[in-house]
Write a protein that binds this ligand. Structure first.
Ligand SMILES: Nc1ncnc2c1ncn2[C@@H]1O[C@H](COP(=O)(O)OP(=O)(O)OP(=O)(O)O)[C@@H](O)[C@H]1O
Length: 125
């Protein structure tokens, strides 16, 4: 973990294999460039493999949401969305972020970054 004059950063760089990229255009409804199924398909692929190449300045890994010490309402919502296990970057980013550290995550689209940051916000409510 990098610490400098009160600044703490947990940096996670998740470069999963390049085969994850799915052409969106073929899946999009006519007239729309957004296809939610694209994200869900890609997330299922990501959850099926372990991160091979990543650099994490924070070395704790929580491979289940149960192990993260999240508040009950948030846990209920996570499971209500059928999130069974955290993605690679979520395993390394949610806990330090919820513990008040500054977290920078760099990863491909659809790997769970937004969910990480929303978890911190919802954990605080
Ligand atoms: N642990 C999980 N299990 C199953 N689905 C998940 C999980 N985490 C996130 N998702 C779903 O995967 C999709 C992508 O997640 P998210 O938006 O957090 O990724 P992202 O890295 O922020 O993407 P982008 O860079 O495009 O904004 C969303 O539909 C989200 O609901």
């Amino acid at each position: 973990m990098a610490q400098n004059a009160g600044y703490t950063a947990a940096i996670v760089n998740d470069n999963e294999d390049g085969g994850i990229l799915v052409a969106m255009e073929g899946n999009s409804a006519e007239g729309s460039q957004f296809d939610a199924n694209h994200y869900d398909t890609k997330m299922n692929e990501l959850l099926a493999i372990d991160g091979q190449e990543f650099f994490a300045a924070y070395d704790e890994v929580h491979d289940s949401f149960d192990a993260m010490g999240l508040q009950e309402n948030l846990m209920r919502d996570i499971y209500a969305y059928d999130f069974e296990r955290p993605s690679t970057i979520q395993q390394r980013g949610i806990v330090p972020f919820c513990n008040g550290l500054d977290v920078i995550q760099q990863a491909q689209s659809g790997t769970g970054k937004t969910t990480t940051f929303c978890s911190r916000i919802l954990q605080q409510l």
